[in-house]
Write a protein that binds this ligand. Structure first.
Ligand SMILES: *Cc1c(COP(=O)(O)O)cnc(C)c1O
Length: 421
């Protein structure tokens, strides 16, 4: 459920007409609904209420400071994957003991910054990384809490670019080698083993791969405890999918996911951590854009928008489907026509949809990409020197620009021409 609904024939973000925001901010822009993502966060939190837990929002999905700060006030933890994300989490008021650090390539500088600033745990992805954390921890005289990310070799049944839990992926250590690696962890100075970490992929639309993975984690917990390791936390990753197309069958609900976690690992008495990203913000954001031209082609007509692949790369990168809806609702009698919906960037890949059935539209009309809140703005670039797309937050009957569109001048001034040139 989200708070982007039609009222009196036009699309609203909570209590604000989207067209009103577009008139003030200009297009394209991302628009988030505060009460939608807060609600999604709370659903996860409630789903784990059967025991001690922390929901660590995977902030790579959408990392604007306003979003982070709203979640921090709800008591959210954060899952960060870079020094920059760690700095953002801290700046948004998230205490270090609620930040987990994931990612396969943490540098010594990033490890040092997290240890000095405070960290709940590092999710270790390889032995060389584990040794690096040990070295930095010893040099600082600060003990590093770690969980080791195991790769359970299960098929997440999702798009290949976002599957991470098969043995061919770069993530984690093979579960079959876990005992060996935990033994090394216990022997290394400066490390304190606190748990096990697993994350099998993103946009999962079934619970079964989670079930397979979590059962393996439960077995491993018993084995590692018998080896003498203090496994008190299980970080079960993120990955629960969202409905992108209206025709999709609905993906599992957070409540069912929480019940699955209780069923598979609840008996172990561990504190549970989960790292949802997409489900928290995905349907809490839309990309609002304007039609620049209707272009009649040979055998197909094009709808040329002022948003492009640099603003929303998911269709080009993952063949992702987004619902594209008019901001002013079409009448029930409106006849739908197929369009190729494209942006102005000089790449054939700058195509959002092919043969998409749309109601009649003319140049100047506003349309919105639904389900664009996750992996949207954060993946935007300034390719073709299109200024970084702004972000707006709506709550009730108010809205605010939470990241302004840079002017051409600001964009150009970021570069420097060397004196000697
Ligand atoms: C990307 C990622 C997540 C979040 O995945 P979603 O599909 O957005 O829920 C969680 N944990 C790790 C380690 C990730 O890389």
């Amino acid at each position: 459920m989200d708070h982007f609904l039609y009222k009196d024939g036009q699309l609203f973000a909570e209590g604000v007409p989207v067209a009103e925001i577009a008139a003030e901010v200009g297009t394209p822009f991302y628009l988030y609904s505060l009460n939608t993502f807060l609600r999604h966060f709370r659903l996860f939190d409630e789903a784990l209420n059967w025991g001690p837990h922390l929901v660590c929002y995977a902030m790579k999905a959408a990392s604007n400071q306003a979003i982070l700060s709203a979640l921090a006030k709800e008591g959210a933890g954060m899952d960060v994957v870079s020094g920059g994300e760690y700095a953002r989490a801290v700046a948004a008021g998230v205490p270090g003991d609620r930040i987990v650090f994931s990612g396969v390539g943490k540098t010594q500088d990033e490890i040092r910054a997290a240890l000095t600033g405070g960290i709940r745990q590092f999710n270790v992805e390889s032995e060389p990384e584990m040794r690096a954390i040990s070295e930095v921890a010893v040099s600082l005289g600060i003990e590093a809490p770690i969980a080791i990310r195991v790769n359970p070799d299960v098929d997440a049944k999702t798009h290949a670019k976002i599957a991470t839990g098969k043995s061919e992926n770069k993530f984690g250590i093979p579960i079959a080698r876990a005992r060996e690696v935990y033994a090394e962890a216990a022997a290394l100075p400066g490390l304190r083993v606190v748990g096990i970490d697993v994350h099998i992929g993103s946009q999962l639309t079934q619970l079964e791969p989670f079930e397979q993975a979590y059962k393996k984690v439960a077995e491993l917990t018993e084995v590692l405890r018998a080896d003498g390791h203090g496994i008190t936390r299980l970080d079960l990753g993120g990955g629960l999918g969202i409905p992108y197309a209206r025709s999709n069958e609905a993906p599992p609900l957070p409540a069912d996911y929480g019940a699955l976690i209780e069923r598979t690992v609840g008996h172990l008495g561990c504190e549970i951590e989960i790292e949802p990203g997409r489900l928290v913000v995905g349907n809490a954001g839309i990309l609002v854009t304007r039609v620049i031209y209707l272009k009649e082609g040979e055998g197909r007509d094009f709808l040329i928008l002022d948003a492009a692949m640099n603003d929303l790369i998911r269709p080009a990168m993952y063949e992702a489907h987004h619902e594209i809806v008019p901001v002013i609702e079409a009448g029930v009698a409106a006849e739908l026509k197929p369009y190729d919906i494209v942006g102005p960037v000089c790449e054939s890949g700058d195509t959002f949809a092919k043969g998409r059935l749309m109601p009649p539209l003319v140049a100047g009309d506003l349309v919105a990409f639904r389900s664009a809140g996750a992996y949207g703005a954060v993946m935007a670039s300034e390719y073709n020197s299109r200024p970084l797309v702004p972000e707006v937050l709506a709550s009730g009957d108010q809205f605010a620009v939470i990241r302004a569109r840079p002017s051409f001048d600001e964009m150009i001034k970021r570069d420097t021409i060397p004196e000697w040139l």
